[in-house]
Design a protein around this ligand. Structure first.
Ligand SMILES: [Zn+2]
Ligand SMILES: [Zn+2]
Length: 142
């Protein structure tokens, strides 16, 4: 199954294939500052299952690290968020709001220690990340 995504103005669009690796809420300061939202709805896909359909040349990359590939990608025309590329894990993170028709089913919260808004939804809340993703695996109670 293909999942379509686009920026705010629609000049950049991409497709993610199949099931995502994970769907989660991220409370990290980095996501928060970039998105302007208290919580972000993150959906991760392996690099090889994401392709740009149009407007790739209009991508603007911003990174706070020296890595030549990683960073936050937005549309140079409208400024809207497109995706984040995580080079270490070779994953694209596409916000749920950028996907055009996706049934967002988050299973965990990550980086909950950095939260500015508490949520009581019964989902596991990781202090940073699950162990399988290189985090401590520690949980925070609601
Ligand atoms: Zn745009
Ligand atoms: Zn984040």
């Amino acid at each position: 199954m293909e999942h379509h995504a686009r920026c705010y103005c629609g000049q950049i669009s991409l497709v993610a294939e199949g099931d995502p690796v994970i769907q989660c809420f991220c409370h990290c300061t980095s996501c928060r500052r970039w998105s302007g939202q208290p919580v972000t709805a993150c959906i991760l896909w392996p690099e090889d299952r994401v392709r740009f359909v149009k407007g790739k040349e209009k991508l603007h990359r911003f990174s706070i690290t020296d890595h030549p590939e990683g960073g936050k990608f937005s549309c140079a025309v409208c400024g809207g968020a497109v995706c984040t590329f995580i080079p270490g894990a070779r994953l694209f993170d596409i916000f749920a709001g950028v996907l055009t028709a996706f049934d967002f089913q988050p299973t965990i919260h990550i980086n909950y220690a950095e939260r500015v808004m508490a949520l009581s939804d019964g989902l596991p809340k990781y202090r940073d990340m699950p162990e399988r993703s290189g985090g401590s695996g520690a949980l925070i109670a609601e």
